[in-house]
Design a protein around this ligand. Structure first.
Ligand SMILES: [Zn+2]
Ligand SMILES: [Zn+2]
Length: 383
Protein backbone atom coordinates (compact mmCIF):
# COMPACT_ATOMS: atom_id res chain seq x y z
CA UNK A 1 0.00 0.00 0.00
CA UNK A 2 1.17 3.46 -0.80
CA UNK A 3 1.70 5.58 2.28
CA UNK A 4 0.05 8.92 2.79
CA UNK A 5 3.24 10.55 1.56
CA UNK A 6 3.03 8.70 -1.73
CA UNK A 7 1.75 11.12 -4.32
CA UNK A 8 1.47 10.51 -8.02
CA UNK A 9 -0.47 11.93 -10.88
CA UNK A 10 -0.80 8.33 -12.06
CA UNK A 11 -0.11 6.61 -15.37
CA UNK A 12 -3.52 7.73 -16.69
CA UNK A 13 -2.35 11.32 -16.63
CA UNK A 14 1.23 10.64 -17.67
CA UNK A 15 0.45 8.08 -20.36
CA UNK A 16 2.12 4.67 -20.58
CA UNK A 17 5.06 5.31 -22.82
CA UNK A 18 7.41 8.18 -23.44
CA UNK A 19 9.98 9.23 -26.01
CA UNK A 20 13.52 8.56 -24.85
CA UNK A 21 17.03 8.25 -26.25
CA UNK A 22 18.41 4.72 -26.04
CA UNK A 23 22.06 3.95 -26.83
CA UNK A 24 21.93 0.69 -28.79
CA UNK A 25 25.63 0.47 -29.62
CA UNK A 26 28.59 2.37 -30.97
CA UNK A 27 27.29 5.57 -32.58
CA UNK A 28 23.83 4.01 -32.58
CA UNK A 29 21.50 6.31 -30.68
CA UNK A 30 17.75 5.92 -31.23
CA UNK A 31 14.69 7.77 -30.02
CA UNK A 32 12.20 5.11 -28.98
CA UNK A 33 8.94 4.63 -27.11
CA UNK A 34 9.79 3.18 -23.72
CA UNK A 35 7.67 2.66 -20.60
CA UNK A 36 7.28 5.68 -18.36
CA UNK A 37 9.10 4.92 -15.10
CA UNK A 38 7.23 4.77 -11.81
CA UNK A 39 8.53 5.96 -8.45
CA UNK A 40 9.24 3.19 -5.95
CA UNK A 41 9.78 3.79 -2.26
CA UNK A 42 12.06 6.77 -1.70
CA UNK A 43 12.13 7.60 -5.39
CA UNK A 44 10.93 10.44 -7.60
CA UNK A 45 9.86 10.62 -11.20
CA UNK A 46 10.56 13.93 -12.92
CA UNK A 47 9.29 15.44 -16.11
CA UNK A 48 12.57 16.52 -17.70
CA UNK A 49 12.62 20.30 -18.10
CA UNK A 50 15.92 20.39 -19.98
CA UNK A 51 18.87 18.07 -20.56
CA UNK A 52 22.33 19.10 -21.73
CA UNK A 53 24.80 17.43 -24.06
CA UNK A 54 28.13 16.59 -22.49
CA UNK A 55 31.58 15.51 -23.65
CA UNK A 56 31.27 12.39 -21.51
CA UNK A 57 28.08 11.41 -23.33
CA UNK A 58 29.89 11.97 -26.63
CA UNK A 59 32.68 9.64 -25.48
CA UNK A 60 30.13 7.02 -24.47
CA UNK A 61 28.34 7.43 -27.83
CA UNK A 62 31.61 7.03 -29.75
CA UNK A 63 32.75 3.99 -27.78
CA UNK A 64 29.32 2.46 -27.23
CA UNK A 65 29.96 1.93 -23.50
CA UNK A 66 31.25 3.53 -20.30
CA UNK A 67 33.28 1.58 -17.76
CA UNK A 68 31.47 3.00 -14.74
CA UNK A 69 28.48 4.99 -15.81
CA UNK A 70 26.35 2.98 -18.17
CA UNK A 71 26.11 -0.19 -20.19
CA UNK A 72 24.53 -0.87 -23.56
CA UNK A 73 20.78 -0.76 -24.30
CA UNK A 74 20.35 1.83 -21.64
CA UNK A 75 18.73 5.19 -21.34
CA UNK A 76 21.22 7.93 -21.95
CA UNK A 77 22.13 11.43 -20.74
CA UNK A 78 22.99 12.65 -17.25
CA UNK A 79 22.78 16.46 -17.05
CA UNK A 80 19.20 17.57 -16.39
CA UNK A 81 16.71 19.39 -14.25
CA UNK A 82 12.95 18.93 -14.11
CA UNK A 83 9.65 18.92 -12.28
CA UNK A 84 8.48 16.29 -9.80
CA UNK A 85 5.48 14.36 -11.20
CA UNK A 86 5.56 11.29 -8.93
CA UNK A 87 6.64 11.03 -5.32
CA UNK A 88 7.47 7.61 -3.90
CA UNK A 89 6.49 6.52 -0.40
CA UNK A 90 8.64 7.84 2.39
CA UNK A 91 9.84 10.92 0.52
CA UNK A 92 9.25 13.98 2.69
CA UNK A 93 11.57 16.62 1.23
CA UNK A 94 9.98 16.86 -2.23
CA UNK A 95 6.40 17.32 -3.41
CA UNK A 96 4.53 17.21 -6.70
CA UNK A 97 5.34 20.20 -8.84
CA UNK A 98 8.70 20.97 -7.21
CA UNK A 99 11.41 22.09 -9.61
CA UNK A 100 14.53 20.06 -8.84
CA UNK A 101 18.07 19.29 -9.90
CA UNK A 102 19.09 15.65 -9.45
CA UNK A 103 22.82 14.94 -9.69
CA UNK A 104 23.79 11.89 -11.73
CA UNK A 105 25.26 9.93 -8.82
CA UNK A 106 25.23 9.46 -5.07
CA UNK A 107 27.81 7.83 -2.79
CA UNK A 108 27.10 5.11 -0.19
CA UNK A 109 28.70 7.06 2.71
CA UNK A 110 29.70 3.72 4.30
CA UNK A 111 32.77 2.47 2.40
CA UNK A 112 36.43 3.30 3.10
CA UNK A 113 36.51 6.08 0.50
CA UNK A 114 33.32 7.74 1.65
CA UNK A 115 34.55 7.63 5.25
CA UNK A 116 37.83 9.11 4.01
CA UNK A 117 36.05 12.16 2.56
CA UNK A 118 36.49 10.91 -1.01
CA UNK A 119 32.88 10.19 -1.92
CA UNK A 120 33.68 10.67 -5.60
CA UNK A 121 35.71 7.44 -5.33
CA UNK A 122 32.94 5.51 -3.53
CA UNK A 123 33.20 1.75 -4.11
CA UNK A 124 29.46 1.68 -4.65
CA UNK A 125 28.83 4.98 -6.43
CA UNK A 126 25.28 4.81 -7.77
CA UNK A 127 24.89 6.37 -11.22
CA UNK A 128 21.68 7.43 -12.91
CA UNK A 129 21.15 7.99 -16.63
CA UNK A 130 18.17 8.77 -18.82
CA UNK A 131 18.14 12.57 -19.05
CA UNK A 132 17.31 12.54 -22.77
CA UNK A 133 13.71 11.51 -22.20
CA UNK A 134 10.31 12.92 -21.29
CA UNK A 135 10.52 11.46 -17.79
CA UNK A 136 13.26 10.11 -15.56
CA UNK A 137 13.23 8.05 -12.40
CA UNK A 138 15.52 9.28 -9.62
CA UNK A 139 16.78 6.45 -7.35
CA UNK A 140 16.19 6.78 -3.61
CA UNK A 141 19.83 7.34 -2.74
CA UNK A 142 20.11 10.28 -5.16
CA UNK A 143 16.78 11.69 -3.90
CA UNK A 144 18.08 11.52 -0.36
CA UNK A 145 21.66 12.75 -0.87
CA UNK A 146 22.04 14.59 -4.13
CA UNK A 147 18.84 16.27 -5.33
CA UNK A 148 18.42 20.03 -4.88
CA UNK A 149 15.49 22.43 -5.06
CA UNK A 150 15.72 25.03 -7.85
CA UNK A 151 14.59 28.63 -7.30
CA UNK A 152 11.62 29.61 -9.52
CA UNK A 153 13.74 32.18 -11.32
CA UNK A 154 16.43 29.73 -12.45
CA UNK A 155 15.76 28.08 -15.83
CA UNK A 156 16.09 24.27 -15.94
CA UNK A 157 18.87 24.43 -18.53
CA UNK A 158 20.95 26.70 -16.28
CA UNK A 159 20.49 24.43 -13.26
CA UNK A 160 21.59 21.44 -15.35
CA UNK A 161 25.07 22.98 -15.68
CA UNK A 162 25.63 22.06 -12.03
CA UNK A 163 26.85 18.53 -12.76
CA UNK A 164 29.87 19.36 -14.97
CA UNK A 165 30.63 22.43 -12.85
CA UNK A 166 30.62 20.24 -9.72
CA UNK A 167 33.47 18.19 -11.23
CA UNK A 168 35.35 21.42 -12.00
CA UNK A 169 34.77 22.88 -8.52
CA UNK A 170 36.10 19.72 -6.98
CA UNK A 171 39.15 19.95 -9.26
CA UNK A 172 39.76 23.54 -8.14
CA UNK A 173 39.32 22.73 -4.45
CA UNK A 174 41.50 19.63 -4.53
CA UNK A 175 44.25 21.69 -6.18
CA UNK A 176 44.36 24.10 -3.21
CA UNK A 177 43.54 27.02 -5.46
CA UNK A 178 43.13 30.47 -3.94
CA UNK A 179 42.43 33.98 -5.16
CA UNK A 180 45.40 35.78 -6.66
CA UNK A 181 47.10 32.68 -8.05
CA UNK A 182 47.99 32.37 -11.71
CA UNK A 183 46.58 29.28 -13.41
CA UNK A 184 46.96 27.93 -16.90
CA UNK A 185 43.96 26.12 -18.37
CA UNK A 186 44.86 23.83 -21.26
CA UNK A 187 41.86 23.29 -23.51
CA UNK A 188 38.72 25.29 -24.22
CA UNK A 189 36.07 22.63 -24.65
CA UNK A 190 33.07 22.75 -22.26
CA UNK A 191 35.18 21.60 -19.27
CA UNK A 192 38.10 23.94 -20.03
CA UNK A 193 35.66 26.84 -20.34
CA UNK A 194 33.98 25.94 -17.04
CA UNK A 195 37.44 25.94 -15.42
CA UNK A 196 38.16 29.36 -16.92
CA UNK A 197 34.85 30.78 -15.72
CA UNK A 198 34.95 29.27 -12.22
CA UNK A 199 38.62 30.12 -11.63
CA UNK A 200 38.20 33.72 -12.76
CA UNK A 201 35.06 34.16 -10.63
CA UNK A 202 37.05 32.84 -7.66
CA UNK A 203 39.67 35.53 -8.23
CA UNK A 204 42.41 33.55 -9.95
CA UNK A 205 44.33 34.93 -12.92
CA UNK A 206 43.63 32.66 -15.87
CA UNK A 207 45.81 32.04 -18.91
CA UNK A 208 44.05 29.91 -21.51
CA UNK A 209 45.99 27.73 -23.94
CA UNK A 210 43.73 26.81 -26.85
CA UNK A 211 43.84 25.03 -30.17
CA UNK A 212 41.29 26.83 -32.34
CA UNK A 213 41.17 30.45 -33.40
CA UNK A 214 37.56 30.94 -32.24
CA UNK A 215 38.50 29.66 -28.78
CA UNK A 216 40.65 32.74 -28.06
CA UNK A 217 37.57 34.97 -27.96
CA UNK A 218 35.52 32.34 -26.15
CA UNK A 219 38.17 31.83 -23.46
CA UNK A 220 38.41 35.59 -22.91
CA UNK A 221 34.63 35.88 -22.80
CA UNK A 222 34.50 33.46 -19.87
CA UNK A 223 37.23 35.24 -17.93
CA UNK A 224 40.68 34.35 -19.25
CA UNK A 225 42.94 37.41 -18.89
CA UNK A 226 45.25 36.06 -21.58
CA UNK A 227 44.74 33.46 -24.27
CA UNK A 228 47.29 31.72 -26.42
CA UNK A 229 46.70 29.60 -29.51
CA UNK A 230 49.24 26.80 -29.80
CA UNK A 231 49.67 26.99 -33.57
CA UNK A 232 50.49 30.72 -33.36
CA UNK A 233 53.75 30.12 -31.48
CA UNK A 234 56.82 27.94 -32.13
CA UNK A 235 56.94 26.63 -28.55
CA UNK A 236 53.62 26.56 -26.64
CA UNK A 237 55.32 25.74 -23.32
CA UNK A 238 57.72 28.70 -23.53
CA UNK A 239 54.96 30.99 -24.77
CA UNK A 240 52.59 30.02 -21.94
CA UNK A 241 55.30 30.34 -19.29
CA UNK A 242 56.24 33.78 -20.61
CA UNK A 243 52.71 34.97 -19.75
CA UNK A 244 53.07 33.99 -16.07
CA UNK A 245 54.53 36.41 -13.44
CA UNK A 246 58.31 36.70 -14.01
CA UNK A 247 57.95 33.83 -16.46
CA UNK A 248 58.23 31.34 -13.60
CA UNK A 249 55.30 29.14 -14.64
CA UNK A 250 51.78 28.74 -13.31
CA UNK A 251 50.88 28.04 -9.70
CA UNK A 252 48.41 25.46 -11.01
CA UNK A 253 47.92 23.98 -14.46
CA UNK A 254 44.56 22.43 -15.30
CA UNK A 255 44.78 20.01 -18.22
CA UNK A 256 41.41 19.63 -19.96
CA UNK A 257 42.38 18.18 -23.34
CA UNK A 258 42.94 14.49 -22.55
CA UNK A 259 45.89 13.83 -24.86
CA UNK A 260 49.39 12.60 -23.85
CA UNK A 261 50.93 15.72 -25.40
CA UNK A 262 48.70 18.00 -23.31
CA UNK A 263 49.67 16.09 -20.16
CA UNK A 264 53.35 16.62 -21.03
CA UNK A 265 52.87 20.31 -21.71
CA UNK A 266 50.89 20.76 -18.50
CA UNK A 267 53.79 19.39 -16.44
CA UNK A 268 56.22 21.75 -18.18
CA UNK A 269 54.03 24.82 -17.67
CA UNK A 270 53.92 24.66 -13.85
CA UNK A 271 56.22 26.73 -11.66
CA UNK A 272 58.65 25.19 -9.17
CA UNK A 273 56.56 23.85 -6.31
CA UNK A 274 53.44 24.09 -8.46
CA UNK A 275 50.59 21.68 -8.98
CA UNK A 276 49.37 20.02 -12.15
CA UNK A 277 45.82 18.72 -12.29
CA UNK A 278 45.53 16.18 -15.11
CA UNK A 279 41.77 16.52 -15.42
CA UNK A 280 41.15 15.17 -18.92
CA UNK A 281 40.81 11.39 -19.10
CA UNK A 282 42.51 9.90 -22.20
CA UNK A 283 41.21 6.54 -23.53
CA UNK A 284 42.13 3.48 -21.44
CA UNK A 285 45.48 1.97 -22.39
CA UNK A 286 47.08 5.39 -22.95
CA UNK A 287 50.58 5.92 -21.52
CA UNK A 288 52.55 9.13 -21.21
CA UNK A 289 56.26 9.69 -20.65
CA UNK A 290 57.17 12.57 -18.37
CA UNK A 291 60.47 14.28 -17.52
CA UNK A 292 61.35 12.77 -14.13
CA UNK A 293 64.13 15.28 -13.50
CA UNK A 294 61.76 18.16 -14.01
CA UNK A 295 59.16 16.70 -11.67
CA UNK A 296 61.76 15.87 -8.99
CA UNK A 297 63.85 19.05 -8.98
CA UNK A 298 60.85 21.34 -9.47
CA UNK A 299 59.08 19.66 -6.55
CA UNK A 300 55.90 19.33 -8.61
CA UNK A 301 52.63 17.88 -7.38
CA UNK A 302 50.82 15.84 -10.02
CA UNK A 303 47.23 14.92 -9.42
CA UNK A 304 44.09 13.96 -11.26
CA UNK A 305 40.43 14.57 -10.48
CA UNK A 306 37.44 12.38 -11.13
CA UNK A 307 33.78 13.26 -10.73
CA UNK A 308 32.16 15.22 -7.90
CA UNK A 309 30.84 14.92 -4.34
CA UNK A 310 27.53 16.08 -2.84
CA UNK A 311 29.41 19.00 -1.24
CA UNK A 312 30.98 20.22 -4.49
CA UNK A 313 27.63 19.78 -6.23
CA UNK A 314 26.07 22.20 -3.73
CA UNK A 315 28.85 24.74 -4.16
CA UNK A 316 28.59 24.44 -7.95
CA UNK A 317 24.84 24.96 -7.74
CA UNK A 318 25.32 28.15 -5.70
CA UNK A 319 27.67 29.46 -8.36
CA UNK A 320 25.32 28.51 -11.23
CA UNK A 321 22.44 30.26 -9.47
CA UNK A 322 24.46 33.44 -8.87
CA UNK A 323 24.24 36.43 -11.20
CA UNK A 324 27.98 36.33 -11.83
CA UNK A 325 27.93 32.97 -13.57
CA UNK A 326 27.41 33.27 -17.35
CA UNK A 327 25.16 30.22 -17.60
CA UNK A 328 23.38 31.46 -20.69
CA UNK A 329 26.63 31.69 -22.65
CA UNK A 330 27.48 28.02 -22.17
CA UNK A 331 24.21 27.08 -23.88
CA UNK A 332 24.96 27.74 -27.52
CA UNK A 333 22.33 25.53 -29.13
CA UNK A 334 18.94 23.95 -28.60
CA UNK A 335 17.37 20.83 -30.08
CA UNK A 336 14.34 18.63 -29.59
CA UNK A 337 14.72 15.11 -28.34
CA UNK A 338 13.78 13.76 -31.78
CA UNK A 339 16.78 15.60 -33.24
CA UNK A 340 19.24 14.27 -30.65
CA UNK A 341 20.82 11.59 -32.92
CA UNK A 342 21.67 14.36 -35.41
CA UNK A 343 23.12 16.50 -32.62
CA UNK A 344 25.48 13.67 -31.65
CA UNK A 345 26.45 12.98 -35.26
CA UNK A 346 27.33 16.67 -35.63
CA UNK A 347 29.36 16.60 -32.41
CA UNK A 348 31.60 13.90 -33.91
CA UNK A 349 32.94 16.35 -36.48
CA UNK A 350 34.13 19.73 -35.34
CA UNK A 351 33.36 22.64 -37.68
CA UNK A 352 36.15 24.34 -39.62
CA UNK A 353 38.58 26.51 -37.67
CA UNK A 354 37.14 29.95 -37.00
CA UNK A 355 33.58 28.67 -36.68
CA UNK A 356 32.79 28.09 -33.02
CA UNK A 357 31.46 24.61 -32.21
CA UNK A 358 28.56 24.30 -29.80
CA UNK A 359 29.60 24.38 -26.15
CA UNK A 360 26.45 22.79 -24.73
CA UNK A 361 23.21 22.00 -26.55
CA UNK A 362 20.06 22.18 -24.42
CA UNK A 363 17.65 19.36 -25.27
CA UNK A 364 13.93 19.97 -24.82
CA UNK A 365 11.07 17.58 -25.34
CA UNK A 366 9.71 19.59 -28.24
CA UNK A 367 10.01 23.05 -29.75
CA UNK A 368 7.12 24.39 -27.63
CA UNK A 369 8.98 23.65 -24.40
CA UNK A 370 12.04 25.65 -25.45
CA UNK A 371 12.24 29.02 -23.76
CA UNK A 372 11.97 31.82 -26.31
CA UNK A 373 15.13 33.54 -25.10
CA UNK A 374 17.18 30.45 -25.76
CA UNK A 375 16.00 29.46 -29.19
CA UNK A 376 17.72 32.44 -30.74
CA UNK A 377 20.74 32.41 -28.45
CA UNK A 378 24.33 32.55 -29.59
CA UNK A 379 27.04 34.71 -28.19
CA UNK A 380 28.28 37.24 -30.68
CA UNK A 381 31.87 36.95 -29.50
CA UNK A 382 31.89 33.38 -30.75
CA UNK A 383 31.46 34.37 -34.36
ZN1 LIG B 1 28.50 15.63 -17.91
ZN1 LIG C 1 31.05 4.71 -0.55
Amino acid sequence: MASAAHQTVGPQTLGLTMRAAVLRGQEDLRIEDVPIPTAGRGELVLRVGAALTCGTDLKVYRRGYHAKMLTLDRLFGHELAGTVVQVGGGVTTFSLGDRVLPLNSAPCDACFFCQNNQQNLCDDLLFNNGAYAEFIRIPARIVEKNTLHIPDTLPFEFAALTEPLACVIRGLEESNSSAGQTVIVLGAGPIGLLFIQAASLLGLHVIAVVKRKDQIATARHFGAEQALRISDVPDPVAAARSLTPEGRGADIVFEAVATPEAWQWAVQMARKGGLVNLFGGPPSGTSVSLDTNLIHYSDLTLKASFHHTPATARRAFELVASDRFQAQDFLTGTATIEDLPNVFRRMLTRPADGIAPEIKTAIFLDASSQPAALTASTIEEHA
